[in-house]
Write a protein that binds this ligand. Structure first.
Ligand code: AMP
Length: 206
């Protein structure tokens, strides 16, 4: 099964993709995580993408598509953060057949609050924030490592990321509706509720 999780930044894509991947035994492929890994390793690609990521702009298609192709497994997966534009969706269609696109809708004011509050475990990648704060501030409940804030999770950058979403990514809604692959979920619901709605829909395509 090949799934896409779509939505604005901080709509819960990463959290839901991780949960669905665990439940359904899928690989979780996040292009944002792949790019951050490149930055950590200071690879030649990192130099090319750093400025785009800092401002919340999309990195050029040629770079992101190659990165994705190099990291796509043969078995089932859920894509998180890709595609982010019509051109990327068209490229993807040349490579794989998608079974379902789950879109997590949230209003912008909730997105901004969630983004500013978001903290991530530097060791296991667990995500904390407005809905699920860590029990001890800045310490991961799961592994005890310290939490960090993404450099692009600030009020100025999130506004640009929302503009990028509206201009570049939101046309994907009609694109996938026209292909009868689109499923909308209210991303402001609690994490288990979002997951249940997504799981019920996935069960219908299995
Ligand atoms: P994310 O972790 O999905 O919020 O992505 C973080 C940043 O990585 C984005 O703001 C973009 O700069 C870049 N990025 C991630 N995925 C893509 C993509 N599919 N196309 C272009 N840029 C991307």
């Amino acid at each position: 099964m090949k799934l896409i999780i779509l939505g604005k930044p901080s709509s819960g894509k990463g959290t839901q993709a991780k949960l669905l991947a665990q439940k359904l035994n899928l690989k979780h492929i996040s292009t944002g995580d792949l790019l951050r890994h490149e930055l950590k390793l200071k690879t030649p690609l990192a130099e090319k993408v750093e400025s785009y990521m800092k401002t919340g702009s999309l990195v050029p298609d040629s770079l992101i598509i190659e990165l994705l192709k190099n990291n796509l497994p043969n078995d089932d997966y859920i894509l998180d953060g890709f595609p982010r534009s019509l051109s990327q969706a068209e490229e993807l269609e040349k490579i794989i057949k998608i079974d379902l696109v789950i879109d997590l809708f949230c209003e912008d004011d909730l997105i901004i609050k969630r983004t500013i509050e978001r903290r991530i475990c530097q060791s296991c990648g667990a995500i904390y924030g407005l809905t699920v704060p860590s029990k001890v501030p800045n310490v991961c409940d799961k592994c005890g490592s310290s939490l960090y804030q993404r450099p692009d999770d600030n009020e100025e950058t999130i506004k640009n990321r929302l503009d990028v979403y509206n201009n570049e990514t939101s046309p994907l809604i009609d694109y996938y509706k026209s292909k009868d692959l689109y499923f909308l979920v209210d991303g402001s619901l609690q994490i288990p509720e979002v997951q249940e709605l997504a799981m019920k829909k996935i069960a219908t395509i299995k």
